[in-house]
Design a protein around this ligand. Structure first.
Ligand code: FAD
Length: 448
């Protein structure tokens, strides 16, 4: 017979010192999106004690929780694109391939992307972080920082279970909003005029994949009819994820202000816009979307808000020229994709042999000795950032940030040995590995 349930209780009162936990690490990564996860995994591979913190109660940032749905910028342009980023990216692609959730798709003659399932990606992140011995601290919002002599020496986070204080030799700001450097009082940038729009992503189920309209058809109909559905954006996509009977929809443009009250209001407005976009698809393309239901809304998709003042401000001109920096740490050929007006976005595609590079100088804050940024808050003008913030280069940036802090140890990231640094990131800057040979290409990469 089962024991009787325990009914004893203890009565407690909170003590004066409300610090729940004090933790120490070599490297503390703030932000567990694709850039932060990549940084944490790389730092752990280098033998560092790593803590990975995120304000969400889940890992994966936008890649998982905003349902971005495709990895872009991982392959060079052209029908036979080679891979740009290796290491962590190889681990990730191998996992998705093992679970049959890496769908390689080439759009037109140029850009090859990887469709993924966000649940599988989430599992890769969770399993990899645990296997690497990284300490995750989730649901933890950055609250304050202590700065001494240009170094962040400790950080405080508030969680639902109390405060966590983390001391580390080095920090990676992978928060997307430069939250760490901003909080610490270092200079940051915001757009002088036009802000960059975000998007509320939606996953639709019960669609008929065989009746999928082309991108051009959806685009043309949006131009013509979007206004009558109350849609701000006049272009956008409802694209099926091949073989899964679902579609991802990115037909909204939503402001993403840094004011907390406005940000909350805009996030809800984004869902209203998305619901109207679903009505548009159902009514205008009933063969494919007539029976569509919303399966999930992603968390608000935020492209660009606030970012660091680095040693180097990457410009769109440098990107157009494909300038190869001495301190290059990653590369891509993804188009300029600047969502700076409500009804559309700039989309400037590069030639087949074009490559552009990201310098370490854009990851290293001018005024701070022991922080490296990675992901969508590095230093670049808005047009340049719109290309290099896609997830392929975000992985390369995370890896580079970990290497830079590993080389710096308890010293300054401004004084690392650049020959060592170059040797560590050489694959992500120089290697040209073709993932598929000539025979495999047709069966492995679907051409749209
Ligand atoms: C709608 C949309 C569609 C896109 N489409 C594509 C695409 O198809 N393919 C592609 O490759 N890229 C795409 N991008 C770009 C790409 O998804 C992002 O730039 C990339 O995911 C950014 O990764 P990140 O790690 O820098 O930041 P994020 O994923 O934003 O991660 C930052 C993390 O930091 C945490 N954080 C923030 N502030 C704090 C704080 N104060 N305290 C603690 N934690 C904090 C957040 O919770 C978050 O988890 C898209 C972006 C958007 C918005």
């Amino acid at each position: 017979m089962a024991d009787s349930p325990s009914t004893e209780t203890v009565v407690l009162r909170r003590g004066k010192d409300d610090v729940t936990r004090r933790l120490k690490a070599d490297i503390c990564v703030v932000g567990a999106g694709i850039a932060g996860v990549s940084a944490a995994l790389q730092a752990a591979k280098l033998g560092r004690r790593v803590i990975l913190v995120d304000s969400q109660p889940a890992l994966g940032g936008q890649a998982v929780n905003s349902i971005i749905a495709t990895f872009c910028g991982l392959f060079s342009n052209g029908t036979h694109g080679y891979q740009f980023t290796y290491g962590i990216a190889d681990d990730l692609l191998a996992f998705l391939e093992r679970h049959e959730q890496a769908i390689y798709y080439r759009h037109g003659p140029r850009t090859t992307v990887v469709y993924y399932d966000e649940v599988t990606l989430g599992r890769w992140v969770e399993q990899s972080i645990l296997a690497a011995g990284i300490t995750p601290v989730l649901g933890a919002m950055l609250q304050s920082t202590q700065v001494e002599g240009g170094r962040i020496v400790s950080t405080d986070f508030m969680t639902r279970y109390g405060r966590v204080t983390i001391e580390a030799d080095g920090y990676i700001d992978a928060s997307g909003d430069a939250a760490l450097l901003w909080q610490a009082g270092f200079a940051c940038r915001e757009p002088a005029r036009q802000r960059v729009f975000g998007t509320q992503m939606v996953v639709l189920e019960n669609i008929d994949e065989s009746a999928q309209p082309t991108r051009e058809e959806i685009g043309a109909r949006m131009k013509e009819r979007a206004e009558s559905y109350g849609l701000l954006r006049r272009e956008g996509l409802g694209f099926t994820i091949p073989g899964r009977g679902i579609a991802a929809m990115n037909m909204t443009h939503v402001e993403t202000p840094l004011d907390p009250v406005e940000a909350s209001a805009k996030a809800l407005e984004g869902k209203e816009q998305a619901a109207r976009a679903v009505e548009f698809l159902k009514a205008e393309f009933p063969a494919c979307f007539g029976g569509a239901r919303v399966r999930s809304f992603g968390l608000p998709g935020i492209r660009q808000t606030r970012w660091i003042v680095g040693r180097h401000h990457l410009t769109v001109e440098e990107i157009r020229q494909g300038k190869k920096f001495d301190d290059a740490i990653g590369r891509t050929a993804w188009p300029i994709e600047l969502h700076d007006h409500g009804d559309g976005h700039h989309w400037i595609v590069f030639d087949e042999d074009h490559v552009h590079y990201i310098p370490l100088g854009s990851l290293v804050p001018q005024e701070c000795e022991n922080v490296v940024a990675a992901g969508r808050c590095i230093d670049a003008d808005s047009a340049a950032l719109s290309s290099v913030r896609v997830m392929g280069p975000c992985i390369a940036m995370g890896m580079a940030a970990a290497h830079a802090l590993d080389l710096a140890g308890s010293g300054s990231v401004h004084q690392i040995d650049m020959a060592d640094m170059r040797a560590r990131v050489v694959d992500n800057v120089e290697r040209q590995h073709y993932r598929w040979d000539e025979k495999e290409l047709a069966s492995k990469v679907t051409a749209a």
